[in-house]
Design a binder for this molecule. Structure first.
Ligand code: F6P
Length: 327
């Protein structure tokens, strides 16, 4: 939807959990934006920085040497207060007082709620770009940071396999994803984990324990169970039952924040650049309240409301395949 103000001042911020590729996205917003005649600004520390007026001018050099860097050079924050209307209005006024009429927000679904609030209640033109390792947003096939996070998990599987094979052990590797099993499922398939437990599908711990035992009886020398954080409450029961069934040591490790950082993959960098380009194009057309996504390899945009409404579909087919090929 177009609003009354169309100006050539554009701000960008990163919000929520950092995700590798956010810098590649900011870099394209800055350079493509400058190339299209915008004055470009960065807001430090996400929505908190918007509230506290942490706005800096950006030029080509501000994003030098950043395409390969993990984290976010603009820094980020979680800012629950942004849900309060007065806080949000104060934050937006900080931009409007500088005559900045456009904002691109790179973040996950919590950040997109802020996009909708700003779009609905202020004159600012606001566009969202999905940046989160969780890949838990239904309107887009991929979010920036997901591919890098999965590759980190796959690398961990490879290394842990050395140790557990040497000791004939079982490893429960817990991975992030909040309520989504996407990181766990994709990493299990790509990394060759024997079992994957995700919030989207039921898990029978007794059956898993028996199955792990059958595997060792048939000559297996190691087993990796990928446990999505949304099913973390099964951890103790799993350790106890698998150890009892196999009479082997079961290790547990949460990979944690290792998954958030690190050098972004080619795939995340290119996705970030393409999405940033569309976001600037939308701003240039005076659009607001829209978010950028990717479907079947094509970049597209939709309303933020629609994006927040569409639930992430669980890939049942991939899950069934994982069950077949992993044992
Ligand atoms: O949304 C990304 C994510 O890493 C989730 O996978 C995880 O549940 C959460 O953020 C952790 O959040 P925080 O950085 O606030 O501990």
């Amino acid at each position: 939807m177009a609003k009354n103000i169309t100006n050539k001042k554009l701000a960008v911020l990163t919000s929520g959990g950092d995700a590798s590729g956010m810098n590649a996205c900011v870099r394209t917003v800055v350079r493509y934006g400058l190339n299209h005649g915008f004055e470009v600004y960065g807001v430090k520390h996400g929505y908190s920085g918007l509230v506290n007026d942490e706005v800096i001018r950006m030029d080509y050099g501000s994003v030098s040497n950043s395409v390969h860097a993990g984290g976010t050079l603009l820094k980020t924050s979680r800012c629950p207060e942004f849900k309060e209307k007065e806080v949000m209005l104060k934050a937006v006024n900080n931009l409007l007082n500088r005559d900045i009429g456009n904002l691109i927000v790179i973040g996950g679904d919590g950040s997109f709620r802020g996009v909708e609030d700003m779009h609905e209640n202020t004159e600012l033109n606001v566009i969202g770009v999905p940046g989160t390792i969780d890949n838990d947003m239904g309107y887009t096939d991929y979010t920036i940071g997901f591919d890098t996070a999965c590759n980190t998990v796959i690398d961990a599987i490879l290394k842990l396999r050395d140790t557990i094979t040497s000791h004939d052990r079982i490893m429960i590797l817990e991975v992030m994803g909040r309520d989504s099993g996407n990181i766990a499922l994709n990493s299990a398939v790509a990394g060759g984990a024997e079992y994957v437990i995700v919030p989207e599908a039921p898990a029978d711990v007794d059956e898993i324990a028996k199955s792990v035992k059958r595997g060792f009886d048939k000559g297996k020398t190691s087993t990796i169970i990928l446990l999505a954080e949304g099913k973390n409450y099964l951890k103790d029961e799993l350790i106890q039952k698998v150890a009892a069934a196999t009479n082997r040591r079961v290790n547990h490790m949460a990979l944690g924040y290792m998954q958030r950082g690190g050098i972004p993959t080619m795939s995340d960098r290119v996705l970030a650049a393409r999405m940033a380009q569309r976001a600037v194009d939308l701003i240039e057309c005076g659009q607001s309240g829209r978010v950028v996504g990717v479907r079947g390899g094509d970049i597209y945009d939709t309303t933020v409301l629609e994006a927040l409404r569409i639930p992430k579909e669980f890939d049942e087919g991939l899950y069934k395949l994982a069950m077949v090929i992993s044992k």
